[in-house]
Design a protein around this ligand. Structure first.
Ligand code: NI
Length: 165
């Protein structure tokens, strides 16, 4: 396993729509392991493959009290409600922004063995899932800012900063 460098804005890979994972082979299993190690090293809650330079539809998660750690080819099938959150991103270090996310999301995708999974999520998990699925579509949270004054600079590194995705 290896900690991979995290791409930061304005790296063009962050703006590409990622391709579907066709087969979960040895290289994908290695990528999942490396991404999990990278996420852990960065103390993050979620990471998308294009954040480590691989333009594939694959995300890893580390949301407290949630056992879902990887989703391959994730898709949002339903969004319900609206709430305001303060969000950060490992690819946009030093900032947090106030944006709107859904209260509840339903996701489908595949687990690390290729089995179809469906997830109903709320709270932090829903936020992270929307954030990571945005990433694989080339979208960043700053795209959802209603105005630039909703974006705030923070002092990195900061142990108490909002969890980064
Ligand atoms: Ni992010």
């Amino acid at each position: 396993m290896a900690v991979l460098p995290i791409r930061v804005v304005p790296d063009p890979v962050l703006r590409q729509k990622a391709k579907r994972v066709k087969a979960i082979d040895k290289s994908i299993r290695k990528l999942v392991n490396d991404m999990q190690e990278t996420l852990h090293a960065a103390s993050g809650v979620g990471l998308a493959a294009n954040q480590v330079g691989i333009s594939l539809r694959l995300i890893v998660l580390n949301v407290p009290e949630n056992e879902c750690k990887v989703i391959i080819n994730p898709e949002i099938i339903r969004r319900t409600g609206e709430r305001i959150v303060n969000e950060g991103c490992l690819s946009i270090p030093g900032y947090v922004g106030e944006i709107k996310r859904s209260e509840l999301v339903r996701i489908k995708g595949q687990d690390s063995k290729g089995k179809e999974i469906r997830i109903k999520a709320e709270g932090l998990l829903a936020e992270v899932l929307e954030h990571e699925i945005d990433h694989i579509n080339g979208v960043l949270y700053v795209d959802h800012l209603e105005s630039q004054d909703k974006l705030h600079k923070i002092e990195p590194p900061q142990d108490t900063s909002p969890q980064a995705e």
